[in-house]
Design a protein around this ligand. Structure first.
Ligand code: FAD
Ligand code: NAD
Length: 484
């Protein structure tokens, strides 16, 4: 007879594994169903993020940046190298070891928290029952009972009919993490987060990268002052980003792919050695829900949930990439924890207003809260403050001075509405604004704080000061008041 669980989690990515561990911490008898088998042929936890997303991509971004620095800027520091060569096989080996260490870590955490890992596929049936199909051949399908179910099946890359995947020539993000050599010419469809991160990896390693983006505006979700700066910086690094470029077809001949696209100047063709399709991801609802399970989807195909991740079926929750909001690992983790806390009757929430976003290019682009464009559109009075890293001693010492920090502040209340940073370690700096916003800080609170010297954080301080024309290391001119 099958065991009855307090909670069954379907999916062992960031949303699912965090939910399962938190449920176990709260004393709930918990199982997590995960079907993923890694490229070594072993079942693995960690989902997209640990196996084929955040972690391997950041490992490659770090390797490729070190290579770039060794070639381009070590000489400035007096470090002379006769030759700098890249060993791609070693780079992948290191990346794979990082992935295995982390996915193995989740398996250990499951063991120590007594979460049962059911290796196979789960499907939600009516009445909080779950059909479980084991990975192991010969093991029979079971129907499991649970008091609660948390759906955390994640997402998968969107495919487009004009660029079907083909072996290792036309690939999605997973394939782009595995190129066994540096493509001479690399095409990327989509100048979104994946296109820019993975395009940067291979560009730093020597590829001639062309990014084709359908929309006319670069990074429309980003504060446009920073988006424009980012476009310039990436251009200088060699990324040829073509906006308003609509891909109309691809043809693969041998190991080459020709991409046809049109833009405002007409129709064009480009031939590449490899092509990455990075045009978004979609929620992984296929075969997750029995037709009579009762869980509703929203108009975009995400599972419909309330602000605490309850679906339309009592006792069934959904978290992470399966539901509305940004597709981010940290958002999924916090939703998983929240769903577990709701089940256990704890007070809990996720503040969707203060989720940081980071694009791990160099320098990093990170932001939280509202852009200037959003605040302007609201019609409410606001002020901004901008400070560049060029005047930051620590950035100068490191030779890493590109970029700026910008605050957007409510003029009436002085509350911080958003912070946007393009610069070294912006992923860490943005967390300062997350904390400030969570505590309802005014920009004056930040102005009156003491920041260590010399640190990159001083540019955050300067930008906060700049909102009131009191930055010390910037020549700021207060606009003259208009005569009445
Ligand atoms: P997933 O991580 O997708 O996990 C879902 C799991 O459920 C999978 O393991 C899947 O095998 C399993 N599953 C699905 N259906 C079933 C079923 N029926 N039965 C059993 N198991 C099932 N986000 C960031 O925040 N920072 C980053 O730097 C970042 N970088 C990324 C880089 C790349 C290249 C990609 C592709 C994504 C990146 N992301 C990043 C996004 C991040 O990976 C996702 O937002 C995150 O993994 C979502 O977590 P999740 O738990 O909702 O889903
Ligand atoms: P995205 O939504 O960020 O970008 C996709 C881009 O492709 C958009 O700019 C879109 O206009 C463009 N596009 C769509 N169809 C096109 C077409 N036919 N031709 C040309 N351009 C086209 O999606 P993504 O980059 O695939 O990433 C998916 C998700 O993964 C993101 O939403 C993000 O949340 C997550 N992710 C996060 C990180 C991170 O946090 N650092 C890293 C990677 C991925």
């Amino acid at each position: 007879m099958s065991e009855k669980y307090d909670v069954i989690v379907i999916g062992g990515g960031p949303g699912g594994y965090a939910a399962a561990i938190r449920c176990a911490q709260l004393g709930l008898n918990t199982a997590c169903i995960e079907k993923y088998v890694n490229k070594q042929g072993k079942p693995a936890l960690g989902g997209t993020c640990l196996n084929v997303g955040c972690i391997p991509s950041k490992a490659l971004l770090d390797s490729s940046w070190k290579f770039h620095e060794a070639k381009e800027s070590f000489g400035d520091h007096g470090i002379k190298l006769d030759t700098v060569k890249m060993d791609i096989a070693q780079m992948h080996k290191r990346k794979d070891e990082v992935v295995q260490q982390l996915t193995g870590g989740i398996a250990s955490l499951f063991k120590s928290n007594k979460v049962t890992w059911l290796q196979g596929t789960g499907k939600l049936l009516p009445k909080k029952r779950v059909a479980f199909t084991p990975l192991k051949e010969g093991e029979e399908e079971q129907v499991l009972d649970a008091e609660n179910v948390i759906l955390a099946a994640g997402s998968e890359p969107v495919n487009i009919k004009d660029a079907p995947l083909k072996d290792d020539v036309v690939v999605n993000s997973t394939g782009a993490l595995e190129f066994d050599s540096v493509p001479g010419r690399l095409g990327v469809i989509g100048a979104g987060i994946i296109g820019l991160e993975l395009g940067s990896v291979w560009s730093r390693l020597g590829s001639d990268v062309v990014v084709l983006e359908a929309v006319d505006t670069f990074l429309p979700q980003v504060d446009q002052q920073l988006a424009k700066e980012t476009y310039k910086v990436l251009g200088k690094q060699g990324l040829d980003i073509r906006l308003g470029a609509r891909v109309t077809g691809t043809s693969v001949k041998g190991k080459k792919v020709t991409v046809s696209y049109s833009d405002s100047s007409g129709d064009h063709e480009e031939t590449f050695d490899r092509l990455i399709v990075a045009v978004g991801r979609r929620p992984m609802t296929d075969n997750l829900l029995a037709s009579d399970a009762g869980v509703e989807l929203d108009e975009r195909g995400f599972i419909h949930v309330d602000s605490q991740c309850r679906t339309d079926v009592p006792g069934v929750y959904a978290v992470g990439d399966l539901v509305r909001g940004p597709m981010l690992a940290h958002k999924g983790i916090e939703e998983g924890v929240m769903a577990a806390d709701v089940i256990a009757g704890e007070n809990t929430q996720v503040n969707y207003e203060t989720i940081p976003l980071v694009i791990y290019i160099h320098p990093e682009l990170a932001w939280v809260g509202k852009t200037e464009e959003e605040v302007k559109a609201s019609g409410e009075p606001y002020k901004t403050g901008v400070a560049p890293f060029a005047s930051n001693g620590r950035a100068l010492g490191a030779g890493d001075t590109a970029g700026l920090v910008k605050f957007v502040v409510d003029e009436k209340s002085d509350r911080v509405l958003g912070m946007h940073a393009l610069g070294p370690q912006a992923s860490e700096l943005v967390q300062e604004a997350v904390i400030a916003m969570e505590f309802g800080a005014s920009v004056e609170d930040l102005q009156l704080m003491v920041f260590g010297h010399p640190t990159l954080s001083e540019t955050v301080h300067e930008a906060a000061l700049a909102t009131d024309y009191r930055a010390i290391h910037l020549a700021q001119r207060r606009p003259k008041k208009k005569k009445k």
